[in-house]
Design a protein around this ligand. Structure first.
Ligand code: ADP
Ligand code: ASP
Ligand code: MG
Length: 420
């Protein structure tokens, strides 16, 4: 029998009534003659609430203990959903990440899946059961409980789909798929029927929450098709792109086409210049002119801080750090201040605004158009970074939503803007 993996996000299991609707959708899928594996997130805002509790106890909660705490959220959902399915006459069994055979590295609060050994899941499927799995969690090779970073239930679902050779992996949420921008911010945003893995990964890394970036990376590696759709939608029919978004290998669009606009609000911009406390140290070692930058990266690694858009040029380092999985910020700030003194500056007023599309930097036209539109609206730009799929402008966080609507107008709705 073909296996399908369905993932239901926090808003889809936020209360008992919604859990019952999910149970009903699972049962309908089962009745279509498929083996069903369901991955669930924590109910509603449970993960945020648990994090809030930990922060009340300590400004720098220990990452291992955070994992023990946060995994409880998904455990509640898995058991309740299993009970709800049984109530509808289905034969369900729930498993934690560790029981499902999800093996990760030992990086607490932001672990990566290194292997999936779904023996117990396969055994239960063979017995005719519906298997319900707690998302967002695994067990490290040291047998410690880990979590996969915020939004990590998507990763659980894709990894499980790959390990089980599933027909498809459905990511069910409160939106009808991936849109050209967050529909809560841009009313004119429209659903995108089909996306390539690369486009989706860039959108996710730029802050589009609807799919987790690591999950898309996994799907690309294993060739798994992802269907993103609303939990309230019907089951996929012959044309799965008719009501959601299908993410799969996709022939390139017209090069240079912008497919979406995304933003990330909760970032820190770390800047370091070779001055202050570490200058004498570095200058005394002619073999390592870049040594302060390397020391900075070493310090960040020691605190498990992941960064993006690293730029080192001469005496200057800049780096953007997403706050999503940074749970010990006061401790990290204190460590950087102790080691680098005035040489390091951390800006906490900046947001990242990105447009995404294959080949969008083949010429500088898109950078010029976006920059001109921002300038015309009086939005100051602190920095620009590009890759072959993305242009990112660092701007004042307070102007972010306005800027997203502006660039959506410019690049997707085709509104006229001056080109510098
Ligand atoms: P879930 O709890 O189901 O995992 P998330 O909150 O993680 O759901 O993701 C869904 C949310 O992502 C939507 O409510 C929407 O506001 C937001 N979002 C951001 N960017 C996009 C986009 N480009 N397309 C669709 N939704 C987006
Ligand atoms: N519950 C976790 C979070 O809020 C994982 C997820 O929702 O995917 O980040
Ligand atoms: Mg999510």
């Amino acid at each position: 029998m073909a296996i399908v993996v369905q993932k239901y996000g926090g808003s889809s299991v936020a209360d008992v009534a919604k859990l019952k609707q999910v149970a009903d959708r699972v049962m309908r899928t089962r009745r279509e003659g498929r083996d069903v594996v369901v991955v669930v997130s924590a109910m509603g805002d449970t993960t945020d609430d648990l994090l809030g509790l930990a922060k009340q106890v300590s400004a720098n909660p220990d990452r291992r203990e955070l994992d023990m705490l946060l995994t409880a959220g998904e455990r509640i959902s898995m058991a309740l959903l299993s009970i709800a399915i049984r109530e509808l006459g289905g034969d369900a069994v729930s498993f934690t990440g560790s029981q499902s055979g999800i093996i990760t590295n030992d990086r607490h609060a932001d672990a990566r899946i290194i292997e999936v050994r779904p023996v117990r899941v396969q055994d239960e499927l063979a017995r005719g059961k519906i298997v319900v799995i707690a998302g967002y969690q695994g067990m490290s090779y040291r047998r410690e409980v880990t979590t996969l970073g915020r939004g990590g239930s998507d990763t659980t679902a894709v990894a499980m789909a790959a390990a089980l050779g599933a027909e498809y992996c459905e990511i069910c949420s409160d939106v009808e798929g991936v849109y050209t921008a967050d529909p809560r911010v841009v009313p004119a945003a429209t659903r995108i029927g089909t996306l390539s893995y690369e486009e989706t990964q860039e959108l996710a890394e730029s802050g589009a929450k609807v799919l987790n970036a690591q999950a898309v990376e996994f799907a690309k590696e294993k060739g798994i098709a992802i269907y993103a759709r609303a939990t309230s939608s019907r089951l996929p029919g012959a044309d799965p792109s008719s009501d959601g978004t299908v993410v799969r290998r996709h022939p390139p669009r017209m090069p240079g086409t912008v497919v979406g606009v995304a933003s990330e609000r909760d970032v820190l911009l770390i800047e370091m210049e070779r001055e202050g406390s570490s200058r004498t140290h570095a200058a005394s070692d002619p073999r390592s002119p870049e040594r302060p930058a390397l020391q900075m990266l070493e310090e960040l690694d020691e605190h498990h801080v992941a960064g993006k858009q690293l730029h080192v040029s001469g005496d200057r380092l800049t780096l953007v750090v997403s706050r999503e999985n940074l749970h010990e910020e006061p401790r990290v700030r204190a460590a950087l201040a102790a080691r680098f003194g005035d040489a390091v500056r951390i800006a906490d007023t900046i947001g990242a605004l990105s447009v995404v599309g294959a080949g969008i930097n083949a010429s500088f036209e898109n950078v010029r158009r976006g920059s001109a539109a921002l300038a015309a609206r009086g939005i100051a730009v602190d920095g620009v970074a590009t890759s072959s799929f993305r242009i990112t402008w660092m701007i004042d966080r307070a102007r972010l939503d306005d800027a997203v609507r502006l660039l959506h107008g410019t690049f997707i709705e085709g509104q006229e803007t001056p080109v510098l």
